[in-house]
Design a protein around this ligand. Structure first.
Ligand code: AKG
Ligand code: FE2
Length: 138
């Protein structure tokens, strides 16, 4: 099913380190895997855990932020508990220095988390991502 925006959330990544989601039994959450949208709602009474942008930046690209969307095909009311986890707003987020060396240079520019949130909120409206601005080509 194509995303038409009428019942759901457009494709996006979340900002923090990890997001925990819990659905009320009405499916909807999908993640992009190998170019295909895959439902995440098959396991009942389970939390979905998604890597988010800060995880990708902190791990210097090893753990990618998961693109996801919500497509609700069901007539029932869908409720999700979303628990985003990120740093405090004044934290500078960048690749962990412990992962960097001559063979593994930083792939992301460090940035204050509050500024990252502002940048990403602005860019997503234009169909872009903050990674386009802070990713280093090396
Ligand atoms: O509706 C959902 O399960 C996903 C919600 C979500 O992706 C978000 O709040 O960032
Ligand atoms: Fe999300």
């Amino acid at each position: 099913m194509e995303f038409d925006g009428s019942r759901g959330l457009m494709p996006h990544t979340d900002h923090g380190l990890l997001t925990l989601l819990y659905e009320n039994g009405v499916p909807g959450l999908e993640v992009l895997r190998d170019g295909k949208w895959v439902g995440m709602s098959d396991v009942p009474n389970a939390f979905a855990v998604l890597n988010s942008d800060h995880m990708e930046i902190f791990s210097n690209g090893k753990y990618k932020s998961k693109l996801h969307r919500t497509v609700v095909k069901d007539e029932r009311t869908r409720i999700t508990l979303v628990n985003p986890n990120g740093p405090s707003l004044d934290t500078i987020i960048g690749p962990s220095p412990r992962l960097l060396n001559d063979e593994n240079p930083p792939h992301y520019l460090p940035m204050k988390y509050s500024e990252y949130l502002e940048l990403q909120t602005k860019l997503i409206m234009a169909g872009k991502h903050a990674f386009d601005k802070i990713q280093l080509q090396n």
